[in-house]
Design a protein around this ligand. Structure first.
Ligand code: AMP
Ligand code: TRP
Length: 339
């Protein structure tokens, strides 16, 4: 029987943080053992906000290296850069012509980012979810593992596949595209900022202290956790809506120590912040250590990463080109004649 398939991606818009890891990448690492897995660095998405070319290049490579450092195994999955496969841009155009504008104007992330940029936004930012739908639909995945914030974008990709492609251009028993399911982890799906337990940890937060990056040194991690927002209560607990910081930090502690929520709830029920913070700090440092070691060794050998990307691109190209061909044909584009 054919394996089921998974596809996901992260934008190279800055250093990956523990939210990206606990919410998304950590799940890919598990899934690659059972699923045919494709993961890409979505550099075209990074162009939707103002960017610096040199930083984009460096971030694209370091994001790919971090996938491997976090445990993505090139023998089990395909790792590639989105812009290396032109089918993503081409399908985006085709889907643009089939997607109603008012579906896009409702996207929460667009509205939030547009406000942040003072409405000086590019068409690309509005179109971002259609490009994401193209990324996904090209690979006909069964599952797309992402954090909570991507739920609406996934729903859009499903609607495009179902209502705009399959039902308009497909045959009853012969769907053109698979309608993928989102996979959002209950724990880790939304890691909050260290400075405010009510807002999401984000790469674009101007305050560096709001997040732990996967490549932060132990000293920096110590400083950031020391400064992390607390409250006046003693004892850590989950699910108290008056204590979002306690919920978030205890959740992170549970995940980085691989212990159940029940177990850490008991362990920390009577613990003050002064005792909890050093525990959390050391747990984060030690679980990031192997990732950082692997990252450093990969950085010393750029040829290794290069070869991983060459192989991944080749595998991804084969699959995506065959989907694109099928869609082009279904919507009435004349087939190219090879000489
Ligand atoms: P991005 O940083 O926006 O490219 O997100 C990459 C992946 O990480 C996506 O699957 C996001 O849903 C996930 N992600 C981003 N921020 C968080 C967070 N604070 N908590 C959990 N998952 C997140
Ligand atoms: N929009 C996603 C994010 O910010 C990144 C992304 C782009 C993605 N294309 C994708 C995620 C395809 C999963 C599948 O996190």
């Amino acid at each position: 029987m054919n394996k089921k398939r998974v596809l996901s991606g992260v934008q190279p818009t800055g250093a990956l943080h523990i939210g990206n890891w606990l919410g998304a990448i950590r799940n890919w690492v598990e899934l690659q053992n059972e699923y045919e897995t494709y993961v890409c660095v979505v550099d075209l998405h990074a162009l939707t906000v103002p960017h610096n070319p040199e930083e984009l290049k460096a971030n694209t490579l370091s994001t790919a290296a971090l996938y491997v450092a976090c445990g993505m195994d090139p023998n089990k999955c395909s790792i590639f850069i989105q812009s290396h496969i032109p089918a993503h841009s081409e399908l985006c155009w085709l889907l643009n012509c089939l997607t109603p504008l008012n579906w896009m104007e409702r996207m929460i992330q667009f509205k939030e980012k547009a406000v942040k940029q003072g409405y000086n936004v590019s068409i690309g930012l509005l179109d971002y979810p259609v490009l994401m739908a193209a990324d996904i639909l090209l690979y006909n995945p069964d599952l797309v593992p992402v954090g909570e914030d991507q739920k609406q974008h996934l729903e859009l990709a499903r609607n495009i596949a179902q209502q705009r492609i399959n039902s308009k251009f497909g045959k009853k028993d012969n769907h053109i595209l698979k309608v993928p399911e989102p996979l959002i982890m209950k724990e880790g799906g939304k890691i909050m900022s260290l400075c405010d337990g009510k807002s999401k940890m984000s790469k674009s937060d101007p305050n560096e202290n709001s997040r732990i990056s996967l490549l932060d040194s132990p000293d920096i991690i110590r400083k950031k956790i020391k400064r992390a927002k607390t409250d006046q209560y003693i004892g850590l607990e989950f699910d108290n809506s008056n204590r979002p910081e306690a919920d978030n930090l205890l959740g992170i502690y549970s995940m980085v120590t691989n212990q159940s929520r029940e177990k850490v709830s008991k362990e920390c029920a009577e613990m003050g912040w002064g005792k909890f913070k050093p525990l959390l700090t050391e747990a984060i440092i030690s679980c990031l250590q192997p990732i950082q070691e692997k990252y450093t060794s990969l950085s010393k050998n750029p040829e290794e990463l290069n070869q991983i990307l060459i192989n991944g691109t080749q595998q991804a190209k084969e699959l995506s080109n065959s989907t694109l061909k099928r869609i082009r044909k279904a919507i009435g584009l004349l087939e190219q004649i090879d000489k």
